[in-house]
Design a protein around this ligand. Structure first.
Ligand code: NZQ
Ligand code: ZN
Length: 390
């Protein structure tokens, strides 16, 4: 490993089936007033809400509820939540849901504790936390695997007026203090959302893996996670209630975007930048905005780099290298990725997400070009990738 890095992890994870007992343990040490925030109501239908409320009541907490957090949470909803936190003197924000609800909790915490325009400062300008910034601690009961938001400082917010979907990584103080992770809670996730979460995880790992060229332990960890994910995806698609597969998917998702896979790596994240811009224009499901462009994007990367992609083909997909050039092998690995996208039923083109050619310029304008991958995109190449992904 040649890169320099800092690794820390402020989140305590409680993993396994005893979610109620784990939540009761996790709540110790936080104040009385809990903002219970969740999405569109799936937790009421599958019993998770009842589990959580009974634990909160037994612990003597006062509950303020904030529901209706939408997939791809919006700035308006963040503003609503931050008013509620301010008005109720909240001690803990408990996010019960997937990445949208967890990202939302972070945005509410930051916005409620900042006197200025938090969206402008933290998302548009990507500035550091203001020294006077106050924060409300966050706890998580995770109901869907994919984003890894349960153990990182990431928060992705959509501003529909400006047609912007912007993510940022906050420092450890904003990360959840704890996450209760019961794989059984994910059994009721609709299949297409499960698949979107699986591809999101795969993409997080690839964004970090396809960068740099030193011999790095991080890449060996990444390969193991990808192999586990591919295997478990096949099991879970046949039987969504296979606990072993769902638990592996949940755990892989958490590690896929925790800083361990990226430690010492330049990290690309360009597929996510394109995916977020597509999301701002279409409100499409996050994981599918990534699956629809990934094979095309990576084929473009092989114009500059083939060694890492050839290794991906062999180690992750088990492709026999005999008699093949490095470039052929690299492309076969990307073909295997594309076949897996079809096999699991993730989106394989942008048209199906509602993208039309007249959006290309706007999507290109909204895409941040970070330039940390194997090839820095210019605008023309970005538009070619969009066109080839239709
Ligand atoms: O709203 P409810 O009723 O909860 O339904 C949700 C939602 O409709 C449903 N769902 C979740 N758990 C369920 C369930 N349905 C039945 N049973 C359950 N147990 O699934 C739908 C999708 O939920 P959502 O939270 O939107 O999905 P996901 O976890 O994929 O989160 C997506 C958001 O996270 C951001 C994305 O951009 C997007 O806004 N990301 C956050 C990241 C981070 N913090 O590091 C990184 C990612 O790259 C990503 O950008
Ligand atoms: Zn993602």
């Amino acid at each position: 490993m040649l890169g320099n890095f800092v690794y820390s992890n402020p989140t305590t994870l409680y993993f396994g089936e005893e979610a109620k007992k784990n939540l009761a343990e996790a709540l110790k040490g936080f104040g009385k007033r809990v903002l219970l925030t969740y999405g569109g109501g799936s937790i009421k239908r599958n019993g998770i809400y009842d589990d959580v409320v009974s634990v909160l009541k037994d612990a003597g907490k006062e509950i303020v509820e904030l529901s209706g957090v939408m997939p791809n949470p919006t700035l308006e909803k963040v503003q609503e939540g931050s008013e509620i936190v301010r008005a109720n003197n909240i001690d803990l924000i408990l996010a019960v849901g997937g990445g949208s609800t967890v990202d939302y909790a972070k945005a509410v915490s930051v916005t409620a504790g900042y006197d200025g325009d938090a969206w402008q400062r933290y998302w548009v300008e990507q500035a550091d936390l203001e020294p006077s910034q106050k924060l409300t601690p966050i706890g998580v009961v995770l109901t869907m695997a994919g984003t890894g938001s349960e153990m990182n400082g990431g928060s992705v917010i959509t501003n529909h007026d400006k047609k912007l979907k912007i993510g940022r990584g906050f420092p450890d103080e904003v990360s959840p203090r704890f996450a209760v992770m019961n794989p059984r809670y994910t059994f009721t996730v609709p299949q297409r959302q499960m698949v979107a979460g699986i591809f999101d995880t795969m993409s997080h790992i690839m964004e970090q893996y396809f960068s740099g060229d030193d011999d790095s332990t991080s890449d060996y960890i990444a390969e193991g996670l990808m192999r586990s994910l591919i295997h478990s995806s096949r099991v879970a698609i046949k039987n969504p209630e296979d606990y072993e597969a769902r638990s592996n998917i949940m755990w892989t998702a958490t590690w896929g975007i925790s800083s361990i896979v990226g430690s010492g790596k330049p990290q690309d994240w360009e597929v996510h930048m394109i995916g977020h811009a597509i999301g701002a224009y279409t409100n499409a499901t996050h994981g599918f905005t990534l699956s629809a462009v990934s094979p095309t994007y990576y084929r473009h990367m092989t114009y500059n780099e083939t060694k890492r992609f050839a290794r991906f083909a062999q180690v992750v997909w088990g492709i026999n290298p005999d008699g093949k050039t490095e470039k052929q092998l690299a492309l076969e690995g990307i073909d295997a990725l594309a076949s897996w996208i079809d096999e699991i039923g993730a989106a394989n083109n942008l048209s199906s997400l509602g993208v039309t050619e007249d959006m290309f310029d706007g999507i290109a304008d909204a895409t941040i070009i970070a330039g940390n991958g194997y090839k820095r995109l210019d605008r023309d190449e970005l538009i070619s990738i969009l066109r080839e992904s239709m």
